[in-house]
Design a protein around this ligand. Sequence first.
Ligand SMILES: [Cu+2]
Length: 119
Amino acid sequence: MRTIRNSIPAFLLLAGVLFVFACKSSESVAGGTYVSAVITTSAECDMCKAKIEGVVGEMKGVRSAKVDLASKTLSVRYSKDKISLDEIRKEVTGLGYRADQMAPSATAYQALPACCKKK
Ligand SMILES: [Cu+2]
């Protein structure tokens, strides 16, 4: 009994130390470096633009997402520590749009309004 009682404070101390370390590492990631990338996509109209910017912009690790309809590109700023460019591309294809060399998800593409399908 005594050993269990004695081990509880030690456990709490260990948990506390781990917690501090966890906070420290996430802090350094949060303040970490963001990189920019440009993904070629197949956005056709403002609806496409709003959808891609909204969904990609909400992804964890993505700081900003901006679609340019004239050049059909998606410019992203993201943390390499939290997310990869391929994960971002995959999200875009899941919405029914092309992302560089990745083809859009066929089912998502079929579900797009007619105006959003590639002409
Ligand atoms: Cu559209």
